[in-house]
Design a protein around this ligand. Structure first.
Ligand code: NAP
Length: 504
């Protein structure tokens, strides 16, 4: 079944459009016309979300779980059409879209079961001690409550799992927060069909209309109005450091500042410890190349930097990576802008002092081919440009003289989503030395694996110190991500028959 987008926004249960339009720019297939979002659209969506909160924010966990499962069902019912429009708009292969759809429905269902278990409420009770001396203690109960309407920015690189019904939306809806999504203009048709699925679930479950709105993008005004809207209480964002920082600053400058949960990416360094690299350097090099080039490198957990200690073993690792990357053909990137940023990022890295080209490529328009560079740690340490994320299949090998220099490199990284140790038994002492450094730098520390592929589960942390994210206490993947949209409230001496349902 082919899906032809009508190009309207979904606001408070109605499909609406303004006069201004923009054209989608798909990687293949027909371009479609979409209504350009305006401040008026954002205001209407936020007003409806606030109105919906008075009902949805106090709904039962069972009702919200049924709603989340219904959204997953409605997405599955549109599976083929979602893959078709998704592959056209993003250029991502069919298998990736199918897998990402499974991940998206999986996380909706995971949040449904998570709220049913009630553990996320973190309920606490300190019973009254009326006879305590010198002062009695009142009855004190605590529980996590939803914060109100939440703004979500669809991400360009995950048209399903980090977009319209992605992790941020699922977590906010699970918490009891209505959501206003700013669609990403890289995939507006995919956003529209997912919004249709949510709309259908709203009707089936009898949810308030304003519980979900989608305002299509292509204009900075949508995002800027959204984060500054007085009824918005928090923002979920995945994207660039520049865009995320601009929106974060707007949130901080509001009369009532609000939390901005931005996931801004990182270079995800890997530390190749001596014994591991000497016993299986070539295998590790090949593995790194696979992770680096997967999905044209358009993952926030893409391992862009490998740190080695100089020597023949390191050379074998680097050569294996170079050989594997040189066989990688051109891959279509998500947007023209992202492809352009990749090419200029590669040129910027190649032009830095001390950087040696190991593999360079010409990239056509929206296509990317891998780049591989090498630099001595002494040059890397003095040049912050060399730790900037280049979104795409670009690798940089940082060569340290010895373990002390490797340690200095580890200490010099800014905040990261992930950091990886490749180690064998004989590397344990060095790993014990590096781990305390890496856990200060990254939200997730891995051993003997590659950071691409983020499991959606209870223990996942997809976040990290700035600039990996703007809020180091949070994650944007996994059940813990619900905490971003909750606020603890203490109830003192409130009679049992007056307390909220979940506390009584
Ligand atoms: P982006 O430029 O940060 O845009 C993300 C969203 O934020 C878009 O909806 C964009 O709206 C909006 N936005 C950005 N700056 C804004 C501002 N100053 N005011 C209001 N709204 C603003 O990211 P992108 O378009 O997805 O990709 C661009 C680059 O971001 C990539 O080349 C890559 O470097 C990085 N990126 C990183 C990750 C990651 O996982 N960390 C993921 C994707 C992309 P408009 O589109 O309407 O401008």
């Amino acid at each position: 079944m082919t899906f032809t987008p009508h190009g309207n926004h979904l606001i408070a249960g109605a499909w609406v459009a303004g006069d201004a339009r923009f054209q989608s720019a798909p990687a293949q297939g027909a371009s479609h016309s979409f209504s350009k979002g305006t401040s008026a659209h954002v205001n209407a969506a936020c007003d409806a979300a606030e109105e919906a909160f008075w009902d949805y924010g106090y709904s039962t966990r069972e009702a919200r779980a049924a709603f989340l499962n219904a959204i997953a069902d409605e997405i599955e019912a549109r599976a083929e059409a979602i893959t078709e429009i998704g592959t056209q708009e993003t250029g991502l292969p069919e298998a990736r879209l199918n897998g990402e759809r499974g991940r998206t429905t999986g996380q909706l269902r995971l949040f449904a079961s998570h709220i049913l278990s009630a553990a996320y409420l973190d309920r606490r009770h300190d019973e009254a001690l009326p006879d305590r001396q010198p002062l009695p203690r009142p009855d004190l109960r605590m529980m996590q409550r939803p914060i109100g309407p939440v703004a979500v920015f669809g991400a360009s690189n995950f048209p399903l799992a980090f977009s319209t019904a992605g992790g941020d939306t699922a977590a906010a809806l699970a918490a009891g927060c209505p959501v206003v999504v700013k669609g990403h203009d890289a995939h507006p048709g995919t956003g529209e069909i997912i919004a249709e699925a949510i709309h259908a679930a709203i009707q089936t479950c009898g949810m308030p209309k304003g519980v979900f709105s989608l305002v299509q993008g292509d204009d900075r005004i949508v995002g800027q109005t959204l984060v500054q809207h007085p009824l918005i209480t928090a923002v979920g964002f995945t994207g660039s450091l520049a865009g995320g920082r601009a929106l974060f600053d707007l949130c901080a400058q509001r009369e009532v500042p609000i939390p901005f949960f931005g996931e801004l990416g990182s270079v995800n360094p890997m530390f190749m410890l001596p014994e591991a690299i000497s016993t299986r350097g070539a295998e590790l090099g090949k593995g790194w190349a696979g992770s680096l080039a997967m999905g044209a490198g358009q993952f926030c957990t893409n391992p862009g930097i490998a740190v080695v200690i100089e020597g023949q073993e390191a050379d074998a690792f680097v050569e294996a990576a170079r050989a594997a990357l040189s066989e990688q053909g051109a891959q279509v990137m998500l947007t023209d802008g992202i492809a352009k940023a990749y090419t200029s990022g590669a040129a910027m890295i190649g032009a830095q002092a001390g950087v040696q080209d190991l593999l360079t490529n010409m990239c056509d328009q929206r296509e990317a081919k891998p780049f591989l560079f090498k630099v001595a740690a002494s040059d890397w340490l003095g040049n912050s440009a060399l730790s900037e994320e280049v979104f795409g299949p670009l690798g940089l090998v940082v060569v340290a003289k010895d373990v002390d220099e490797m340690d200095r490199v580890a200490r010099s990284f800014s905040g990261q989503l992930t950091a990886t140790l490749h180690l064998d038994e004989g590397d344990a002492a060095l790993a014990r030395r590096l781990l305390p450094v890496l856990e200060r730098k990254a939200g997730r520390v891995l051993a003997n694996g590659f950071p691409t592929g983020v499991e959606v589960c209870d223990s996942m942390v997809h976040g990290g110190p700035y600039p990996a994210s703007t809020n180091f206490g949070a994650t944007s993947v996994g059940t813990l991500s619900i905490r971003r949209f909750l606020r603890p409230v203490c109830y003192q001496n409130i009679p049992t028959d007056v307390l909220p349902r979940d506390l009584a």
